[in-house]
Design a protein around this ligand. Structure first.
Ligand code: KG4
Ligand code: ZN
Length: 343
């Protein structure tokens, strides 16, 4: 049965996983899924430092791969192909991951697959739930905010993207501004739960616009100005700012997502339309609840894979590689990593 080792090093997680699925299986079986998060390395800088990330990947990756093999209880003979993230992402980490993957492929005489990280996110609902094509994917992470039509394997259409910050980045910058630490999303969500979301008037960027894109930098600027005008912030101020930010973001997102659901309805013949959410921001309960409601209102099924597979991991890379491998594809060993690589 096709069994693939996946390697993920595009940002601040060093990850390796082994996934297996038969030729006709709709979903995959995750034999192991190891993630070493570099959280501790970057926390004191309030964000990911590319040079530190690359060094940490180089330092940890071989141990993470060994752990993936041992947890799966497999040896190299049982692995049919090696898949590594080749972009988009931080170039240092991408080089470490692809060089390692290629070296293993060469030494063990196995095919190599250079996987687009976004394709990994896009295909996750197939790995976990056997989701058939087509479907809509809302990817909301620290680096990306996109609405993607997933028509088929290798057939993706980007319908909307952020024109400035990614949504997770907006959460992180808000947390930094309010001294809540890194990563900021969970901290902002926690503070928001005790705050008054209506105390401050914050903008809803692009709300009401016909184009389906996203924008968050205007909101960030408004938040900074509001915080500066307040002077020394009390805990109450911080909670109210977080609550106001989260409400503004959720309302804007709802308006933007609704555009793409309407377009899907108009353009795609699909009797059971599905919206899938992926990326670290999918952990946010207010955003999740909004998406569930909006999907119900528009007759869409809503699918959120388990959090450990929504945020960065190597199981999704192994699965994307496996889907391509079982279709007979592989990549040459001289393929170069690409910091920018749109789907
Ligand atoms: O997908 P992910 O783990 O990594 C990539 O960026 O690819 O996403 C991380 C992002 C961070 O910006 C983090 O602040 C955000 O997801 N995040 C959240 C929450 N948990 C994580 N944002 C809002 N609410 C959360 N509960
Ligand atoms: Zn990601």
């Amino acid at each position: 049965m096709p069994t693939v080792l996946g390697i993920e090093t595009s940002c601040d997680e060093t990850a390796a996983a082994i996934v297996r699925a038969g030729a006709g299986d709709a979903r995959g079986e995750i034999l192991s899924n190891i993630i070493y998060s570099q959280f501790g390395e970057h926390a004191r800088y309030g964000g990911v430092v590319p040079e530190i990330a690359a060094r940490a990947h180089a330092d940890k990756l071989d141990r993470v791969i060994k752990a993936a093999l041992s947890e799966a209880g497999t040896d190299w003979d049982a692995i049919d192909a090696i898949a590594a993230t080749a972009g988009p992402g931080l170039i240092g980490g991408l080089i470490v991951g692809t060089m390692t993957g290629k070296a293993i492929a060469l030494a063990r005489g196995k095919p190599f697959l250079a996987v687009n990280h976004l394709e990994g996110h896009a295909l996750t609902p197939r790995l976990t739930d056997g989701q058939p094509f087509p479907y809509l994917l809302l990817l909301v992470s620290g680096g990306h905010t996109q609405m993607v039509l997933v028509r088929g394997l290798g057939d993706y259409e980007r319908w909307a993207t952020t024109i400035d910050d990614a949504l997770g980045e907006a959460f992180d910058k808000t947390a930094k501004l309010l001294d809540l630490g890194y990563p900021g999303g969970p901290a902002v969500e926690k503070m928001a739960s005790t705050g008054d979301p209506d105390r401050f008037a914050l903008p809803r960027p692009l709300k009401g616009e016909a184009r389906p894109d996203f924008s968050f930098s205007g909101l960030k600027t408004a938040l900074r100005k509001t915080a500066t005008d307040l002077g020394a912030l009390t805990d109450r101020d911080v909670a109210d700012l977080c609550a106001g930010f989260q409400k503004a973001v959720t309302e804007t997102l709802e308006d933007r997502v609704t555009r793409s659901l309407a377009r899907y309805r108009a353009e795609i013949t699909d009797i059971s339309p599905t919206l899938v959410v992926a990326g670290g921001v999918a952990a946010n309960k207010a955003i999740r609840a909004m998406l569930e409601r909006v999907c119900a209102e528009h007759g869409f099924a809503f699918l959120a894979p388990p959090m450990e597979l929504c945020s960065d991991n190597a199981a999704m890379i192994a699965w994307a590689g496996l889907e391509r491998f079982r279709r007979g594809e592989s990549d040459p060993l001289d393929i170069a990593p690409r910091p920018r690589w749109p789907l």
